[in-house]
Design a protein around this ligand. Structure first.
Ligand code: FO1
Length: 309
C-alpha cells in the first residue's frame, strides 16, 4: 500500500519509524516541512529533514529527539568563546551534515537532491521530499519582539513568549518539489503526522497545490492529533492554538484540519471528544497514540494502515 505522510520533526519521525517496517521503502513518501530551516554560520540547517533521517537511522538523541546521540559540542563552545551565535546548538557530527548540505546546495544541487543523498548515506529506503526546494520560512509574531524567525522563537526564546500570528514567507511563490504532487495523487492513503498543526503542517499546506490535492482526497487523509488530554506531547502546539483563538484540544485539531482531513485519530484519554469531532464532519478513531516505545509505535502505525474509509 503506497502511503504519503505530511511531516514536521520529532512526532513525524517517530510515526515514520513505525511505518517503515510495514510499508516497503519505495511505497513510503515523507513530505517534510522546511519552514523551520535556518541559515547560521553560513550553513543551511534543515531541522525536520535531519530529525527524520537521524531517527530512522536509529542515531537520534533519545533524550532530545533531535540531533545525534553521543554528540559532542566542541565547535559550538569555540563559537561561544568568540562571542558568536551559540544559542542554536549544533553538535560536532551534526555540523558535518550542514557542511555537506550547504556545499552541495552551493554546487547547484536542490534541497531534495541533497536530502536524498543524506538519506541514502544513512541506509534509508523511503522517499524523503522537502515540500519545496524553494525558500520558505516560518515567521512568528511575538507580543514583545514583533515578527521573528521560527528558530529565534522556538530555541532562543524557548517558545516561551506569546504569539499573535504566524506567517510563511515565500510560500506563495514556492513550487512543490518534484514528486510531491504525484505522491499525493497516487498514494492510497495520505497521513498527517502528529506534528504541530500551526507551525509544522500549515507551512506544508501553504505551498500552492498541496491543500487542493488534499481537499480532493479528503476521504483518504488521516491525521493523528498531536494534542492529547488538552496538552501537546512536545513543543508549543497547545499554547499556540490558544494564543491564536482556539482551544487546546483534539476537537480544535479537527476544526483546524477539517477542510483537508477526513479522519482524525485521537488518543484513548480523549475518547469522550469523539462526538464533538464527528460533529465537525471529521470521522474519529480512538486508539492509543502515544509512541513511547517501539510496540506502541508499531500499533499506531497498524491502526493507521488498517483504517478503512
Ligand atoms: N532545538 C532546541 O530546542 N535547541 C537547540 O539548540 C536545537 C538545535 C538544533 C540543531 C539541529 C537540528 O536539526 C535541530 C535542532 N533543534 C534544537 C530542534 C529544532 O529547533 C526543531 O526545529 C524543533 O524541534 C521543531 O521541530
Amino acid at each position: 500500500m503506497s502511503i504519503a505522510v505530511l511531516c514536521g520533526g520529532v512526532g513525524a519521525a517517530r510515526l515514520l519509524r513505525g511505518l517503515v517496517p510495514l510499508v516497503p521503502g519505495p511505497e513510503l513518501t515523507a513530505i517534510v516541512n522546511v519552514g523551520d530551516d535556518t541559515e547560521l554560520h553560513g550553513l543551511h540547517i534543515s531541522p525536520d529533514l535531519d530529525t527524520i533521517v537521524y531517527t530512522l537511522a536509529g542515531a537520534v538523541s533519545v533524550e532530545r529527539g533531535w540531533g545525534l546521540e553521543g554528540e559532542t559540542w566542541q565547535a559550538m563552545a569555540m563559537v561561544g568563546h568568540y562571542g558568536g551565535v551559540d544559542w542554536f546548538s549544533l553538535g560536532d557530527r551534526d555540523l558535518g551534515t550542514h557542511l555537506f548540505r550547504t556545499h552541495r546546495l552551493g554546487q547547484g544541487a536542490s534541497l531534495q537532491e541533497v536530502s536524498a543523498e543524506i538519506a541514502r548515506a544513512w541506509g534509508l529506503t523511503l522517499t524523503m521530499l522537502p515540500v519545496t526546494n524553494d525558500r520558505l520560512r516560518t515567521l512568528v509574531t511575538t507580543v514583545d519582539e514583533g515578527e521573528i524567525p521560527f528558530q529565534e522563537y522556538f530555541v532562543r526564546r524557548h517558545h516561551d513568549v506569546a504569539v499573535t500570528a504566524v506567517r510563511f514567507e515565500g510560500a506563495d511563490a514556492a513550487r512543490p518539489a518534484p514528486g510531491v504532487l504525484d505522491a499525493l495523487d497516487q498514494a492510497e492513503r495520505i497521513l498527517v503526522a502528529p506534528s504541530n498543526p500551526v507551525v509544522s503542517i500549515d507551512p506544508v499546506l501553504a505551498v500552492p497545490g498541496i491543500t487542493d490535492r488534499l481537499r480532493a482526497r479528503r476521504d483518504d487523509v488521516i491525521a493523528v492529533s498531536p494534542i492529547v488530554g488538552g496538552r501537546a506531547l512536545k513543543g508549543p502546539a497547545d499554547r499556540l492554538l490558544v494564543e491564536l483563538g482556539r482551544e487546546a484540544s483534539a476537537v480544535a485539531v479537527a476544526e483546524w484540519y477539517r477542510d483537508v482531513v477526513g479522519t482524525l485519530v485521537i488518543d484513548d484519554v480523549d475518547a469522550d471528544l469523539a462526538p464533538a469531532i464527528e460533529h465537525h464532519g471529521v470521522r474519529c478513531i480512538v486508539a492509543p497514540t502515544i509512541m513511547s516505545d517501539p510496540a506502541r509505535t508499531a500499533a499506531l502505525a497498524q491502526v493507521l494502515l488498517s483504517a478503512i474509509r
